[in-house]
Design a protein around this ligand. Structure first.
Ligand code: 5GP
Ligand code: ZN
Length: 116
């Protein structure tokens, strides 16, 4: 998926503020945050969306699920956080590389900050 933005980030072709990386997963700050903390967690393997996860990906998605609470703790979200996966255009997905949003703190709206 050479034209996928997140694959480009994974390959280091687009700069991003990384918060975690291992052999299977990358986490980085969202370029257009909607909350005080807004981090994206992606598998390094290109998977279009949650609709495209297969049995062979179970270990990978399990690993992401285990990584998210650890990452949230690292990000200081000890009081809790939201995890969001948008799937498909009608589900609000704009980048078709599976990603988990970690959202914490107050939400940022056009009219100011609001408690989650
Ligand atoms: P989606 O709407 O597909 O669930 O989420 C895509 C997210 O990727 C959006 O929150 C958007 O702000 C973020 N995003 C889009 N392009 C870039 C980019 O080039 N760098 C980073 N760090 N985030 C991006
Ligand atoms: Zn990709």
């Amino acid at each position: 998926m050479s034209d996928c933005i997140f694959c480009k980030i994974i390959r280091g072709e687009i700069n991003t503020q990384k918060v975690y990386e291992d052999s299977d997963i990358l986490a980085f700050h969202d370029a257009f945050p909607v909350a005080e903390t807004h981090v994206l967690v992606v598998p390094k393997k290109h998977i279009d969306s949650l609709n495209h996860v297969e049995e062979k990906d179970l270990e990978l998605v399990g690993k992401i699920n285990l990584a998210i609470p650890k990452l949230a703790e690292t990000l200081g979200l000890n009081a809790g956080f939201k995890t969001l996966i948008n799937t498909g255009r009608a589900g609000g997905q704009t980048i078709f590389h599976l990603h988990y949003h970690i959202l914490g703190g107050r939400f940022i709206r056009k009219d100011g900050l609001h408690q989650v």
